[in-house]
Write a protein that binds this ligand. Structure first.
Ligand code: SF4
Length: 171
């Protein structure tokens, strides 16, 4: 799938002047076809329909694959950029090699907005989830740091519909 690339190291727009960089691998061929297989295999990726992009996280590092580009964040120097990009590309190529064993997932996945989550919560700010407010819990849900079952009032009968919607959102 990916054989070679041209490396670019750049300062992330969100942190100009920082001592960490982002790395970009410019890829000659179009790698869109592997995205539905990555979407099926990766943990909680964001996937744009029509193979526009797929974005995922591992540890502190973020990854974004577009048709002709793989970008990786939290990079210290060119040597590390090569190591991380080469490892990630090997993993992507492995998934492509194994595609006959994987059911591709074409469903669009985007991060739910905090307000869309918040309006499904009980809004009592009871603190049972260990957080000071439903807003704080909604933010943690959106980040994938909590699950809807961590809000005990949501498990009560009158919240069945709200819980169903949150589950549909992958929360
Ligand atoms: S347990 Fe649920 S209702 Fe209570 S503060 Fe947390 S999110 Fe809000």
């Amino acid at each position: 799938m990916i054989e070679g690339y041209e490396l670019e190291l750049y300062e992330p727009g969100c942190a100009p002047g920082a001592s960490v960089y982002s790395a970009r691998a410019h890829i000659d061929n179009d790698v869109s076809e592997v995205m539905p297989y990555l979407n099926a295999v990766l943990d909680r990726p964001l996937y744009g329909e029509n193979n526009q992009f797929i974005v995922w996280e591992e540890g502190d590092r973020g990854y974004a694959l577009r048709p002709h580009e793989l970008a990786v964040s939290m990079i210290l120097d060119r040597k590390q950029a090569r190591e991380v990009l080469d490892k990630t590309i090997a993993e992507i190529n492995d998934i492509w090699e194994r595609r006959s064993e994987i059911t591709p997932d074409y469903s669009k996945k985007t991060k739910p907005r905090i307000l869309d989550i918040l309006k499904r919560l009980p809004l009592t700010n009871c603190g049972d989830c260990g957080l000071p407010s439903c807003m704080a819990f909604a933010a943690q849900l959106a980040q994938g740091n909590r699950q809807s079952k961590d809000c005990l009032p949501l498990l009560e009968e009158e919240s069945t519909e709200a819980l169903r919607v949150l589950k549909e959102m992958g929360l």
